[in-house]
Design a protein around this ligand. Structure first.
Ligand SMILES: [Zn+2]
Ligand SMILES: [Zn+2]
Length: 338
């Protein structure tokens, strides 16, 4: 099997895995989740208990406490991609007389991305404490299904406003809680969702701009060297015209780091771009990830509404422009329009 087919299978499997996780997340009775549960039970029987305890401690530290591991990983990946771009792609593209503005665009996007990354991680997402709980208590109405009135958080002991949720990682309740993001090491809530949206958009644009530049450079190399008109000798000693598979393998052998980086930034553009579209959909419909995820529980699967399943309806949407305005200028009791 040649390199191109192996690479395409790899990209396909990565995208398929992500799709399966997205589709079946939250559906505990679905086939993939039953399979994963069964597989984990089998593995648990095979692994010694001491190893299990250590693994649990490490996983707890990584995913259930605030730590900088994913922030460092994120910075290392960015440094590797930008290092390769600066070291090889930028110089080669300059020799081929690419537009300087086009070549500097990834650095401009990196500056924007870093700014919004800092805003996402340093902005208070809307932490609710005993001293400020009154400010959040009447911002949103309780829908009586997902959010019930008169409930106190058992950990922080604050009265829970509608749309708030306790974050186990940050150990606090957050106003209009969306999710806890390990990549920015902070909760995404009412006051930093706007920054998170621009952060995702700039990250997608960074990956896409580098992918376009690297792909354009490789296409230029193929065109300028007339590679498509060339011939190569196969394993059986027969001369064959250069096809797409041969050209990709040849480029990989000549520019291995650039081709590898191109594959990585293409996959990254698709994944982060899809996630940005999902986050934008949530903003336009005035839902949080937490509400979108939980809403599946309240959907009635019966043909008629039964007493066990109370139908969930999003009562917070005010139309597209109203929903965007709410994310740009988050509501608090003092700023709420009456
Ligand atoms: Zn709490
Ligand atoms: Zn958190």
């Amino acid at each position: 099997m040649d390199f191109l087919i192996l690479f395409l299978i790899y990209v396909f499997l990565v995208l398929l895995s992500i799709l399966v996780v997205c589709i079946y997340s939250g559906r505990k009775q679905s086939f993939p989740s039953r399979y994963v549960t069964w597989l984990s039970q089998v593995l648990l029987c095979l692994i010694p208990s001491q190893v299990q305890e250590t693994a649990q401690r490490v996983l707890h530290k990584l995913f259930h406490t605030r730590n900088c591991l994913f922030v460092v990983l994120h910075l290392i990946l960015e440094a590797l991609v930008y290092g390769e771009y600066t070291w090889e792609v930028f110089g080669y593209c300059k020799e081929l007389e690419f537009s300087t503005v086009f070549l500097l665009l990834p650095y401009l996007l990196l500056t924007v991305n870093m700014g919004f990354f800092i805003l996402c991680s340093k902005t208070n997402p809307g932490s609710i404490t005993k001293s400020n709980q009154d400010l959040f208590l009447h911002v949103y109405a309780y829908d009586g299904v997902m959010f019930e009135s008169g409930i106190d958080c058992s950990t922080c002991e604050v009265r829970k406003p509608a749309r708030a949720k306790h974050c186990g990682v940050c150990n606090g309740c957050v106003h209009r809680f969306d999710h806890h993001c390990v990549w920015v090491n902070n909760c995404i809530g009412a006051f930093n969702t706007r920054y998170f949206l621009v952060y995702l958009l700039s990250l997608t644009s960074m990956a896409a701009s580098i992918a376009i530049l690297a792909a354009t450079f490789l296409i230029e190399v193929v065109i300028l060297s007339n590679m498509m008109l060339g011939y190569y000798t196969d394993d059986k000693g027969q001369e064959r015209p250069a096809d797409a598979s041969f050209i990709v393998q040849h480029l990989f052998l000549t520019f291995p780091r650039i081709v590898f980086m191109l594959g990585f930034v293409i996959v990254l553009s698709i994944i982060i771009g899809s996630y940005f579209c999902f986050t934008l959909y949530l903003v336009l419909t005035n839902q949080t990830s937490n509400e979108w995820f939980k809403s599946a529980r309240y959907k009635c699967s019966c043909s008629q509404h039964c007493s066990r399943h109370r139908g969930y309806k999003n009562i917070y949407s005010k139309g597209i422009w109203g929903n965007i305005a709410e994310v740009v200028k988050p509501l608090t009791n003092t700023g709420k329009r009456k």
